[in-house]
Design a protein around this ligand. Structure first.
Ligand code: B12
Length: 585
């Protein structure tokens, strides 16, 4: 196929239909394998199990798992289920957190950058893990959306997995050194062909908070993206689609209304509702407030209008480190107890108010969907071709999609370029965090910074961009000038941007357990450009030690400081660092 849209590659490439057919052909050798979960529940797929639980009014539970050491992950798979079962709580499904490097094909993986997740060498390792207990294996992270999508989907299906994801990550996650979007799209479409050709329904999963929902400012765009993905997958492959949302949904009313709107749209069964992890900012005791709040909303949603989403209790230590096995067990037991307590709450819910917000959400979402699909066609994209549609959506990105096709009225003064119909809470939360970080900052420091107006290039090493958004926002609030260093920017690329724009200082926000390696590579790349710009670094300053297969990431703050980085544990340090910089000049 030769493509006519400037958004798409010019060379002749296989069509979406051809790629789907290639994937389907592999179903001769790769089909859904036996699974301890399916045997236990007596169903042929998790899709069927979800429909049964919805009909019975049973609220399902999801836990997220994935330690670097596969042995530990297998042990955790068995132990969590057994400990909860003993207390009368059923963990229905595990979301299995593969490592960053698993997105790269097996043959190239040894040289790929490693994050903090689980590395499974071959299909037999997938199968062993997935059958360590009668819990549904949800291979959600780093499968669909990456160069290894087809390879990993084969292994996940053979291991008995009947929910495969994560399409949300296809749109936003980038793998260092493997950023070929055509390759990622082709492999993903082949994987979707294999999924759709299975004799039992295998669900295609997407976590919208991993995707564009983390960047949209309007909740109607978030729901609109659900509708767009569902339409593309179900219309063009025939496989059922299941969505997840939740990380960024801090307002319980909007959270419940979002679930209600999905029920109204028939967007079900869903996979899981993710814990509102952005609300975890304090100690374990403080975080329990957030846990109780979102679990109550989520359990009530499933009791009143079931959508088949399992609810997900994220351990309260999650903002400090990757949670240990006993902490996952505690969170699941807590969820079991919350479900029982929630049974008394439905009469207290103002259902007409929930319905009203859900109706407004759905109306805006449908408008966004039709604007986007018409916009794609106007740009020369064949919306009957999955390859073209996915690639065009990815190349446009969340910001352009919302600015061009959002349901709200145009408003150049707001972040997204449009006034949101129903505002996402994130932007407000970041404004509050900026104000809190600047509270008590010395007036003379602020004055010096405002007069010097230093140029700060702000970038991230990976998909986590809230730290960057916060620093951008603070820079504006104190009269510094933020320059966009990009999201998931490789060190060499950042050094090139620095050579072009000559910032006074670079600010990195990093979260993927690569802090030291990233800083060293950036220092070297800057030196190669003949630059000696000071570098601030904040976020999650840790790394799994080289060659380690068993340990959790360790803090590398001291090594970073020794290597010359300006280490920032908190956003408020930005003022002190900038003041030191402008006072020296
Ligand atoms: C939101 C979030 C996400 C969102 C990100 C959305 C987005 N577009 O930004 C999503 C859902 C996409 C996500 C994905 C993943 N995430 Co995440 N995520 C988080 C979460 C909940 C919040 C992080 C955040 O943005 N906080 C907001 C910032 C503003 O606040 P803060 O982190 O407290 O930062 C303070 C300071 O550090 C400072 N700061 C931050 N940066 C900078 C920079 C400078 C220069 C300065 C001065 C200050 C500064 O400002 C803040 C106020 O003081 C954390 C857990 C948690 N509760 O902290 C996990 C967490 C960071 N994620 C984690 C992981 C593992 C992942 C995944 C790999 C999971 C997976 N397998 O899919 C993927 C990443 C994949 C990839 N390719 O990179 C781990 C990191 C583990 C580690 N390194 O130890 C964490 C800690 C969760 C955990 N415990 O397991 N994640």
């Amino acid at each position: 196929m030769t493509l006519s849209s400037p958004l798409l590659p010019v060379e002749s490439l296989p069509t979406g239909r051809e790629l789907l057919a290639e994937g389907a052909a592999a179903a001769r050798d790769w089909s859904v394998g036996p699974s301890a979960f399916l045997a236990q529940v007596g169903e042929t797929s998790e899709h069927a199990y979800k429909l049964r639980c919805m009909a019975e009014g049973r609220v399902m539970q999801h836990a997220q798992l994935g330690y670097r050491d596969p042995e530990k992950s297998c042990r955790a798979y068995a132990e969590i289920w057994a400990a909860c079962d003993k207390r009368g709580v059923t963990v229905d499904r595990y979301g299995l957190c593969l490592d960053w490097s698993m997105a790269v094909p097996r043959a190239l993986r040894a040289r790929a950058t490693r994050g903090t997740g689980m590395i499974l060498a071959g299909p037999e390792d997938f199968a062993r893990l997935a059958n360590s207990a009668p819990v549904a294996a949800h291979f959600g992270d780093f499968v669909l959306g990456f160069p290894a999508a087809f390879e990993n989907t084969k292994a996940a299906i053979a291991a008995g997995g009947t929910v495969i994801g994560n399409l949300g990550q296809y749109f936003t996650f980038r793998i260092p050194g493997h950023d070929d979007d055509v390759e990622a799209t082709q492999q993903t479409v082949r994987a979707l062909g294999l999924i759709a050709a299975q004799p039992v329904p295998v669900m295609v999963h997407s976590n919208i908070d991993d995707g564009y929902a983390a960047q949209f400012t309007d909740l109607t765009s978030c729901l609109g993206m659900v509708l767009i993905e569902r339409d593309l997958i179900e219309r063009l492959t025939g496989a059922p689609m299941g969505h997840c949302y939740g990380h960024h949904f801090s307002d319980p009313f909007a959270r419940l209304a979002f679930q209600r709107a999905m029920a109204m749209a028939g967007a079900m069964p869903g996979t899981m509702i993710y814990g509102n992890t952005t609300s975890y900012r304090g100690s374990a005791a403080e975080n329990y407030g957030g846990l109780a709040s979102y679990l109550l909303a989520d359990a009530l949603g499933q009791m009143m209008r079931p959508t088949g989403h399992a609810i997900n209790a994220v351990p309260v230590t999650e903002n400090e480190r990757i949670p240990e096995v006993d902490e996952v067990i505690e969170a699941q037991l807590f969820a079991g107890s919350m479900i029982r307590h929630a049974e008394g709450f439905p009469p207290m819910i103002d259902n007409p108010a929930v319905d009203l917000l859900a109706t407004r959400l759905l109306e805006g979402a449908k408008r966004f969907q039709s604007n986007v699909m018409r916009g794609l066609a106007d740009r020369g994209v064949d919306t009957g071709c999955l390859f073209q549609s996915l690639l065009a959506l990815r190349r446009l990105g969340a910001r352009v999609l919302e600015r061009e096709y959002g349901a709200g009225p145009e408003d150049p003064k707001t972040t997204g370029g449009r006034a949101p119909l129903i505002a996402a809470t994130l932007i407000e939360e970041l404004a509050e965090m900026s104000a809190a970080a600047l509270e008590g900052a010395p007036a003379d420091s602020l004055d010096r910074i405002r007069r010097a107006a230093p140029r700060v290039m702000v970038a991230t090493s990976d998909v986590h961009e809230h730290g960057k958004m916060l620093i951008d926002r603070m820079a504006v609030d104190i009269g510094a000038i933020p320059l966009d260093g990009g999201v998931s920017t490789e060190p060499e690329q950042l050094a090139r941007l620095a050579a072009e724009h000559k910032p006074d200082i670079i600010a990195i926000s990093t979260y993927n357990g690569v802090a030291l390696g990233y800083y060293r590579a950036l220092r070297q790349a800057l030196a190669e450009q003949g630059l000696d710009i000071p570098v601030l670094i904040g976020g999650r300053l840790n790394q799994i030690p080289e060659g380690s297969n068993t340990s959790l990431p360790v803090d590398v703050g001291d090594q970073l400081a020794e290597a010359g980085a300006l280490v920032c544990r908190e956003a408020r340090e930005l003022v002190e660092r900038l003041d030191a910089l402008v006072s020296r000049a």
